[in-house]
Design a protein around this ligand. Structure first.
Ligand SMILES: O=C(O)CCC(=O)C(=O)O
Length: 279
């Protein structure tokens, strides 16, 4: 399903909107099954999943991923990093219907958009390391340097996301404040998310809402709206696929390059197998 005019109006009024059923169950299964295949690359003989038709949708898969994270955090981190570079994920977020939703909201031709911030979040229960505090995305992604309305954040729910699972929080209407100087910009280590926080007194000026949504829904987020991760107090992982779209022909568009960071654990693993065979 594409986006309706009243949803576009709500987006510009509130700074965010949930657009229902943009992605089909089959499309989401494509991404979720890719995560499962990565799991089997790191945990090859987990007998729990032998007879299951869709192990990636089974609660035992969430439990197994949480166990891996607790037992072998480096492997979990490697799995996570592998997923970020997946072609399946890129295809999922760039097929025609997906892009059309962003293009319509931004009033731009799909072919004149650029993208950044491709990400597959895996928010495990009770995590504190990678939850984002109140922030604006333009503080991280200034591709449209002067106007947060020329880009947007696109977050796809890969299962239902309830408040208990950590649905996003929003300061309704806060995008009208423009970009606010963030409080800090520290990234403690390779696996910790950098925080560029909006000061609490700015957040306090706006009413708060939460973006609970269903599997396949998209949450569209204005680049300047204050928002934060919810706390996942459920026993499921909150999987979401994220992307940023930017208007590339706008006069404030700043092109960019990426500095690749390579997963240190996987470099060690690759060195250990070097010379071990032609494959
Ligand atoms: O999904 C989340 O928990 C936070 C995502 C977010 O706010 C962002 O990437 O800007």
């Amino acid at each position: 399903m594409s986006i309706q005019q009243q949803q576009i109006d709500a987006y510009w009024r509130d700074g965010f909107v949930v657009v229902p059923s943009v992605f089909t169950r089959e499309e989401i299964d494509g991404v979720r099954s890719m995560i499962f295949r990565l799991y089997t690359r790191f945990v090859p003989d987990d007998a729990r999943f032998g007879g299951l038709r869709e192990p990636w949708n089974d609660p035992r898969f969430d439990a197994a991923m949480c166990e891996l994270r607790a037992r072998e955090p480096k492997k979990f981190g490697a799995l996570y990093d592998c997923a970020q570079g997946s072609l399946e994920l890129l295809r999922f977020l760039t097929h025609g219907r997906a892009v059309d939703v962003a293009a319509r909201v931004l009033g731009e031709r799909a072919g004149d958009l650029s993208f950044s911030g491709l990400m597959l979040r895996m928010d495990v229960p009770e995590d504190r390391r990678n939850v984002l505090t109140w922030h604006q995305d333009r503080a991280y992604y200034p591709q449209n340097y002067n106007d947060g309305g020329r880009g947007l954040v696109y977050s796809v729910a890969l299962q239902d996301i309830t408040e208990e699972m950590g649905a996003l929080h929003f300061s309704v209407g806060s995008h009208r404040a423009g970009l606010i100087e963030p409080e800090s910009g520290v990234k403690r280590d390779y696996h910790t998310t950098e925080q560029r926080a909006v000061p609490a007194e700015a957040v306090a000026r706006y009413p708060e809402a939460r973006g609970a949504c269903r599997k396949g829904d998209v949450v569209l987020i204005h680049m300047d709206v204050f928002h934060r991760s919810g706390h996942n107090i459920s026993d499921r992982i909150r999987f979401s696929a994220l992307f940023r779209y930017h208007r590339m022909l706008a006069d404030d568009y700043v092109p960019f390059g990426l500095l690749y960071q390579y997963n240190p654990y996987m470099i060690d693993c690759a060195k250990a197998v070097a010379g071990g065979g032609a494959n």
